[in-house]
Ligand binder design. Structure first.
Ligand code: ATP
Ligand code: ATP
Ligand code: MG
Ligand code: MG
Ligand code: MG
Ligand code: MG
Ligand code: MG
Length: 261
């Protein structure tokens, strides 16, 4: 009902356009996944199929939204980076967060049975989402370095915790107490001396997370000269996400062939 007497209610809405010329990052995070992973019997500390499902859902989101250039995921979270000059949903914070949160959730649910054919989904997974604008490329790099550092710290803790519980036979409470006040060096030592685990040999995806990069590829139209070739962004099909486990730190990452924006 356009121009009705009721339309004044629209004035209650908050202006939420994110600052122009900033890099917008949207991060989704599983709601209550501590419980969700128990209910669905995820392998601890890292269920590799579940991580692959996260990577799949993220690749599908990247494929659907042209302006997304890079994504980084670990545990139950994924961060998506928009190109700087995006005008997607007029840069409205709530629209960006809600659309990415719900698209991600939808793809996660849609693909669940393909990744876990023998494990029915018994509770609906949900992902919260936030959108944050960063004013400098250094901030963007530090943002991803922060998430990766978080991955490392949590994974070292979880690897030690579950070794104590599953291999050492401790209760979860006792294992937690055993790890309180330990630093990284102590956990490395504990893993090696008590369980023969060299933390450095753990899979890169567990230690560092996963990165998806959308690369521009040059497409040469058949009836045109290569000099006038157009660029388009490309992503692989969702079933084969171009997921690179981050074997290097974010600060050393080169943005090869990506649109400068
Ligand atoms: P919140 O709703 O506040 O995010 P949460 O329970 O999801 O609560 P997180 O800090 O997000 O808390 O932690 C995610 C939990 O899910 C951790 O316990 C983590 O170990 C677990 N988890 C996530 N992915 C996996 C996986 N692939 N395999 C095993 N466990 C996982
Ligand atoms: P936006 O992403 O901007 O919301 P939109 O295409 O979703 O774009 P809306 O204004 O939300 O635009 O319109 C919703 C559209 O979906 C309309 O075309 C409406 O007729 C159609 N639609 C929604 N529900 C039904 C339904 N139950 N049966 C048939 N058509 C429907
Ligand atoms: Mg509508
Ligand atoms: Mg959270
Ligand atoms: Mg969570
Ligand atoms: Mg989390
Ligand atoms: Mg609509």
């Amino acid at each position: 009902m356009a121009h009705s007497k009721y339309e004044y209610v629209k004035a209650f809405e908050r202006e939420d356009k994110l600052l122009p010329n900033t890099w917008i990052v949207v991060r989704v995070d599983g709601k209550g996944f501590h419980k969700f992973t128990k209910e669905h019997q995820f392998t601890k500390p890292n269920d590799i199929t579940a991580l692959q499902l996260m990577n799949h859902a993220a690749a599908a989101v990247m494929k659907e939204i042209d302006d997304l250039t890079l994504a980084y995921g670990q545990s139950d979270e994924y961060s998506f980076l928009f190109k700087r000059n995006t005008d997607y949903y007029s840069r409205r914070e709530v629209k960006l967060a809600s659309v990415i949160g719900s698209l991600f959730t939808a793809h996660y649910v849609l693909a669940w049975s393909r990744f876990f054919p023998d494990k029915p989904l018994t509770k609906p997974p949900a992902f919260d989402a936030r959108a944050v604008p960063y004013p400098s490329i250094e901030n963007v790099r530090d943002y991803f370095a922060w998430r990766q550092a978080d991955c490392h710290i949590n994974n070292l803790y979880n690897t030690s915790f579950w070794a104590l519980v599953l291999k050492g036979g401790l209760t979860e409470n006792v294992a937690m107490k055993r790890l309180s006040k330990t630093v990284a060096k102590d956990k490395n030592e504990l893993l090696f001396s008590e369980f023969g685990i060299n933390y450095n040999d753990e899979p890169e995806m567990f230690k560092k997370g996963s990165t998806l990069v959308k690369e521009l590829v040059r497409r040469v139209p058949e009836n045109r000269s290569p000099r006038r070739a157009a660029c388009r962004s490309s992503m692989p099909t969702p079933s084969t996400p171009s997921c690179a486990t981050t074997a290097r730190t974010m600060s050393s990452k080169k943005s090869r062939g990506r649109k400068r924006s």
